[in-house]
Design a protein around this ligand. Structure first.
Ligand SMILES: Nc1ncnc2c1ncn2[C@@H]1O[C@H](COP(=O)(O)OP(=O)(O)OP(=O)(O)O)[C@@H](O)[C@H]1O
Ligand SMILES: [Mg+2]
Length: 236
């Protein structure tokens, strides 16, 4: 790749996002900026309603900022200005998404859920071998043909992470990945993310738990849609 080592992998510049509720405009992001460097793990911390999920959705290209409401750059390119094919590729290949409530499809098996990102988008291979490998790494070999309802919360989240990693994304965007799990199960999920991070995955993880946030290289604190604090820890 030709980009400079310090070019952020992902960058939010002065993002503004307003939701319209009836006749009232509700500003949710009010000029938020943040960077994710290659190989970095950034935690986004903030109270409920501060705009964390909204920010993550904009970073992942699931939603767009207001008109003239800033931009999201991936490797220096504005994602909203990419041609449709490149934008889809970004969403399907370059980023992986993990949600608090897993978002697995109930009628599909564990293996089929994991393979989903390989079924959408052009030019993506259905890599059953990689899906099996990931599920095996995550201790789910014996669960391949089970449905999500037969799994525990921690197992469901491991499937969701396997699914997010199927296409070998550069960035994992995780919205409170342990928010719905007990402490022990949550820490197993965090260990798993730590291993992926050590293997080179860049991560943006939303949480409202400061202790969890401090596992990251850097913590960005959102407050009423603005970045109140951006604190670096020493890179391990
Ligand atoms: N689609 C939407 N339509 C209208 N308002 C929305 C929408 N999505 C989010 N909001 C509002 O935007 C604000 C920020 O929401 P967001 O989900 O980004 O917060 P959050 O920091 O992730 O909170 P939590 O910690 O509770 O998940 C909230 O007040 C929410 O009600
Ligand atoms: Mg949220």
């Amino acid at each position: 790749m030709s980009e400079q080592p310090n070019t952020p992998l992902l960058e939010a510049i002065d993002l503004r996002k307003t939701y319209r509720m009836g006749s009232v405009d509700v500003p949710v992001l009010r000029g938020s900026s943040m960077k994710l460097l290659p190989g970095e793990w950034v935690a986004v911390l903030g109270s409920s309603g501060s705009g964390k999920s909204t920010l993550l959705h904009l970073l992942g290209g699931l939603d767009t900022p207001d008109r003239d409401g800033g931009e999201v750059l991936y490797k220096g390119k504005t994602i909203s200005k990419l041609a449709r094919g490149a934008r889809n590729r970004y969403r399907n290949r370059e980023v992986g998404l993990v949600f608090q409530f897993y978002h697995l499809l109930p009628e599909l098996t564990v293996l089929e859920n994991t393979l989903l990102p390989g079924l959408v988008g052009s030019g993506v291979r259905v890599d059953r071998e990689r899906a099996r490998e990931l599920l095996s790494t995550f201790g789910l070999d014996h669960r391949l043909t089970h449905r999500p309802r037969e799994l525990s919360g921690g197992e469901r989240q491991r499937v969701a992470i396997a699914r997010a990693l199927l296409n070998q994304p550069e960035v994992l965007l995780a919205d409170e990945p342990t928010g719905n799990l007990d402490e022990q199960t949550g820490s197993e999920i965090l260990d798993l993310l730590k291993k992926e991070h050590q293997a080179g995955l860049s991560i943006v993880m939303v949480t409202h738990d400061r202790a969890i946030a401090e596992m990251a290289d850097r913590v960005v604190v959102l407050h009423h849609g603005q970045v109140e604090q951006d604190q670096s820890f020493s890179i391990q």
